[in-house]
Write a protein that binds this ligand. Structure first.
Ligand code: ZN
Length: 132
């Protein structure tokens, strides 16, 4: 993805915050899906990591189902998101090592009340633009 800005619709942005605060102190994970490069909906996924307070792993079956649902509706995955419940909105070494997707990774640092997006593993920040 070559986008210089990650566009997220406000309801999707707020839904992600709400979900991630609700599942804290566990890390939360999910997808932003939409069209035309703008995330219109936040789809949380179950975190099946063996230590969910320090890591995340989206449930593979739920991820597959979400990808199918997106495809059926003509939506694309525009970003992934996960939270650092007690940490900052910065990619961890694990986040970089396990990066796989070419869409931005949005990291919600609940302790600082801030979210930032990055292309991983390289770590280039993509500014987030929340739109109505
Ligand atoms: Zn992380």
């Amino acid at each position: 993805m070559e986008d210089r800005v990650l566009c997220l619709k406000r309801p999707a942005w707020e839904a992600a915050w709400q979900h991630l605060r609700a599942v804290a102190p566990a890390e939360g994970v999910g997808l932003f899906v939409g069209r035309d490069g703008c995330g219109e909906e936040a789809w949380p996924l179950p975190n099946v990591h063996s230590s969910p307070e320090v890591g995340y792993r989206a449930d593979p079956g739920a991820l597959l189902a979400a990808l199918r649902r997106a495809d059926e509706r003509g939506l694309l995955v525009v970003a992934l998101f996960h939270s650092h419940p007690a940490g900052l909105a910065r990619p961890s070494a694990t986040d970089r090592r396990e990066a796989y997707w070419r869409v931005p990774y949005v990291i919600f640092g609940l302790a600082e009340g801030r979210a930032r997006a990055y292309l991983l593993p390289e770590g280039r920040e993509i500014p987030i633009e929340v739109t109505p």
